[in-house]
Design a protein around this ligand. Structure first.
Ligand SMILES: *[C@@H]1O[C@H](CO)[C@@H](O)[C@H](O)[C@H]1NC(C)=O
Ligand SMILES: *[C@@H]1O[C@H](CO)[C@@H](O)[C@H](O)[C@H]1NC(C)=O
Ligand SMILES: *[C@@H]1O[C@H](CO)[C@@H](O)[C@H](O)[C@H]1NC(C)=O
Length: 439
């Protein structure tokens, strides 16, 4: 029996692992977390004008006093006017089955989880949601959720709609798992979906609609697996912006579907120092983004940082199929590397990026590697920008839309409806874990 369990676990882990360095998620099953800390017993009520203090009280007076507890927000509508910092919880869960609407206007984070250990935040109905009505307090109100320096945790089966600023931020920590999320922001900047740093995190089955980061890796980061991501008219996924002392390694993105938006993937910096290495971008489907595969180390939107440039080395792009809107205006594939610190070991394998206009020009600068486009072989100095007029790549399929794709983003000046969480996030692939409500 023991052997069998270990074998199954190892098989599952091997299937999921790629660049992960170990298991992720809470170490204790939810069924073992038996003390219920219901906000309705800590001063909250359904229809409350500010559920914040009841969340804080349930955490301080119940979760912190009982190892193995569940902070419970039952189904129903609540407003939230004051933000909560939930620090140092261990062996606990936050079961968010309600719909919480932001009414307060302060900045910060509506829910800040600090140094949690063995933690799970989820909705058992897969319908728990935060509604930010960001259009009322654009870029001055709060962000929704920040998880800081936490270990052995998960966030899943939640819906985040129209945060005044970023939606979900993972700041350091290790062994985190994020899955089965729907995130809908407005069609403008500052609406980041997930920004994540730390080590050994697995992000999968996430849909993001917005006009800024979809699922973006921040410094420092190591051993991430990010897969089955649906960027539905989003800004697109990225790494950066990268500044000084960068240490990012062993990252895999795979099965990433991007419909519209700014880019399929961008590595962005301007000056700076440190290294990004051992990264694989595998199986990307791209429909009508502005930029496609976009490495830009002279990114004009970033103030130049001290240093000759972040070193990019051993980075593979494999099995990409799709098109940008206008491949002459903005290249389907560009590597604008730092002339003071050229990119090396770039590998393009079966990258079939094309243009809706039927014309495209790729760009390279200080970029070395294999697989075509305008990459130079070997290694050497920081050569100046070259362009290469390309024709339709053989094997390009003009990939089709997924049902439920957006034709345009959501207006930044009107309420955005709360969606339900999809069950597939990449064409032809099911989600990895069923929705909590289907379990
Ligand atoms: C996290 O989980 C791992 C088991 O996967 C365990 O070895 C480690 O001690 C846990 N970390 C903490 C801080 O409890
Ligand atoms: C290059 O990166 C890949 C991951 O994409 C990794 O498997 C490989 O070991 C790295 N090679 C070197 C020489 O570090
Ligand atoms: C993508 O946007 C469309 C249009 O609003 C929406 O119907 C669909 O539910 C969105 N997809 C997801 C997964 O939320």
């Amino acid at each position: 029996m023991f052997i069998t369990a270990i074998t199954i676990f190892t098989a599952l882990f091997a299937g999921a692992s790629a660049q992960l360095s170990g298991r992720v998620g809470p170490t204790t099953a939810l069924s073992q977390k038996k003390t219920v800390c219901n906000v309705l017993n800590y001063g909250g009520k359904v229809g409350s004008s500010d559920i914040g203090p009841a969340i804080g009280s349930a955490f301080t007076n119940c979760v912190k006093k009982n190892s193995g507890s569940v902070l419970y927000v039952p189904p129903g509508n609540y407003n939230m006017a004051t933000w909560q910092t939930l620090n140092g919880g261990s062996n606990w869960a936050f079961q968010m089955d309600g719909v919480i609407t932001r009414t307060g206007t302060a900045g910060g984070h509506m829910i800040y989880i600090g140094t949690a250990n063995n933690f799970e935040m989820f909705s058992s109905t897969s319908a728990g949601a935060f509604q930010g009505h960001g259009y009322q307090v654009r870029n001055t109100g709060p962000r929704f959720l920040r998880v800081v320096n936490s270990v052995n945790w998960s966030v899943h089966d939640l819906i985040f709609v129209d945060s005044p600023e970023f939606h979900v931020i993972i700041d350091g920590g290790s062994n985190g798992e994020i899955y089965n999320l729907a995130i809908r922001g407005a069609n403008l900047g500052g609406s980041d979906g997930i920004d994540i740093s730390g080590t050994n995190h697995w992000v999968h089955d996430v849909e993001v609609t917005n006009r800024d980061e979809c699922v973006t890796v921040k410094n420092p980061a190591s051993n991430f697996l990010i897969e089955r991501i649906w960027c539905n008219q989003s800004g697109g996924s990225a790494m950066g912006s990268l500044s000084t002392g960068i240490n990012i390694k062993n990252i895999v993105y795979r099965n990433i579907y991007t419909n519209g938006g700014n880019q399929a993937y961008m590595i962005k910096s301007n000056g700076g120092s440190g290294t990004v290495q051992n990264v694989l971008f595998q199986n990307f489907i791209v429909r009508g983004t502005a930029y496609g595969l976009d490495v830009n180390q002279l990114w004009a939107s970033q103030t130049p940082a001290a240093g000759a440039g972040v070193k990019l080395q051993n980075i593979t792009f494999q099995n990409w199929d799709g098109y940008v809107v206008d491949g002459v205006q903005r290249p389907p594939v560009q590597f604008i590397c730092a002339t003071g610190n050229p990119c090396t070991g770039i590998s393009l394998q079966n990258v079939k990026m094309w243009s809706a206009t039927g014309k495209a020009v790729n760009k390279c600068q200080a970029a070395y590697g294999t697989g075509g486009s305008c990459l130079k072989a070997g290694s050497g100095g920081g050569y100046a920008q070259v362009t290469l007029t390309v024709s339709e790549p053989s094997g390009y399929t003009n990939p089709q839309s997924m049902p439920g794709d957006l034709a345009a983003g959501f207006s930044p000046t009107a309420a955005i409806p709360i969606p339900s969480i999809p069950t597939s996030f990449y064409p032809g692939l099911p989600q990895i874990s069923p929705l909590a409500r289907n379990k």
